[in-house]
Design a protein around this ligand. Structure first.
Ligand SMILES: NC(=O)c1ccc[n+]([C@@H]2O[C@H](COP(=O)([O-])OP(=O)(O)OC[C@H]3O[C@@H](n4cnc5c(N)ncnc54)[C@H](OP(=O)(O)O)[C@@H]3O)[C@@H](O)[C@H]2O)c1
Length: 316
């Protein structure tokens, strides 16, 4: 089933449902991507250098036989690479076996020490993450703008950026407004204010972990399950359709062919069936005592999000 598309702020179109690849094992992701493209109608794949499986995603794309021009391909700049965006992008392009990306995102608003004790997660002697707290995110963004100008990517965006970081550290200095902000969005973390803010700035919200990620508590949610029963769909369908119905680009991961197919079909079916009242009910679930963030790396930095109860060591 083909996913409808929405327009980014530079006119590029993005399919509203995409296949996630985080935690997809290299040997599994080849067949997952191949199946998603060839059999399930996906045309949008979300990747990242940090997922350690870009080469296999590229292999899945090639095996699918679907032309590159029909696929919307996203990858992300890792935190240890903020000082060398173009070189990091070139590595990602080589991994994926392509000469351009449709979207390149700054994975986190954090620069980790590129000369630290680990290529991905460097730590200080006390075990805390080796964050370069003096780094200015605007310096990362200027390099993102440069690779966009060179035509190596069709759009640039951010991930895990709060309203505060966008307002204080990025937008006042940006020549190009980010096309998207990819953040944790789901029934238990709907971030209603952030979504409204992003839309007011012309930044498309992208939902990661829409099902609640691995071992999700969301799949047992009573409100979503009741709606699933009402419409003859699965709870997963309702969780995904809830976001799609709000024009949020929804990235869902599976390596299981049945679930890969049912996720895109169910998301689009549920988005059509859910009424305004259903959406209002779902919007209220988190505030009724179920608010929960699932993805909270121990950066030790205040990222400016609501409901981010981590110890703060500094501010970037
Ligand atoms: N920018 C960021 O910092 C960031 C952070 C997290 C995620 N992401 C992106 O967003 C994507 C999606 O998020 P996510 O992977 O955390 O989680 P998710 O898509 O919410 O959930 C994936 C989990 O749910 C299972 N699953 C998939 N479909 C299902 C269904 N219909 N019924 C029951 N279980 C199902 C999957 O297992 P099976 O594979 O066995 O089906 C997997 O364990 C990622 O893959 C990644 O591309 C980005």
């Amino acid at each position: 089933m083909a996913s409808p598309k929405i327009k980014l702020n530079n006119g590029v179109e993005i399919p509203i449902v995409g296949l996630g690849t985080w935690q997809s094992k290299p040997e599994e992701v080849i067949t997952a991507v191949e199946y998603a493209l060839k059999e399930a109608g996906y045309r949008h794949i979300d990747c990242a250098w940090a997922y350690d499986n870009e080469k296999e995603v590229g292999e899945g794309i090639r095996r699918s036989g679907v032309p590159r021009s029909e696929i919307f391909l996203t990858s992300k700049l890792w935190c240890t690479h903020h000082n060398r965006v173009e070189a990091a992008l070139d590595e990602t392009l080589a991994n994926l076996g392509t000469d351009y990306l449709d979207l390149y995102l700054v994975h986190w608003p954090i620069h980790l020490n590129p000369n630290g004790n680990h290529p991905k997660f460097p730590t200080r002697p006390d075990g805390s993450r080796d964050v370069l707290t003096d780094w200015k995110i605007r310096d990362t963004w200027a390099q993102m703008e440069a690779v966009l100008a060179k035509g190596k990517v069709r759009a640039i965006g951010v991930s895990n950026f709060s309203e505060r970081i966008l307002e204080q550290d990025l937008l006042p200095y940006a020549k190009v407004v980010p096309a998207v902000d990819q953040v944790e969005l789901h029934l238990y973390n709907p971030q209603l204010k952030l979504v409204e803010y992003l839309k007011s700035k012309g930044i498309v919200p992208q939902a990661y972990s829409p099902l609640g990620s691995t071992n999700s508590p969301l799949l047992q949610d009573e409100t979503a399950s009741a709606l699933a029963q009402k419409y003859g769909l699965s709870t997963a369908d309702i969780l995904l359709g809830y976001l799609v119905a709000k024009d949020i680009v929804t990235l869902t991961k599976s390596v299981n062919p049945k679930r890969i197919k049912s996720n895109i079909e169910g998301a689009l079916a549920a988005a059509k069936k859910l009424t305004k009242e259903d959406i209002e009910k779902l919007d209220g679930v988190a505030a009724s005592g179920k608010q929960m963030r699932l993805i909270q790396p121990p950066w030790g930095v205040d990222l400016g999000f609501d409901n981010w109860p981590v110890r703060v060591q500094g501010r970037n």
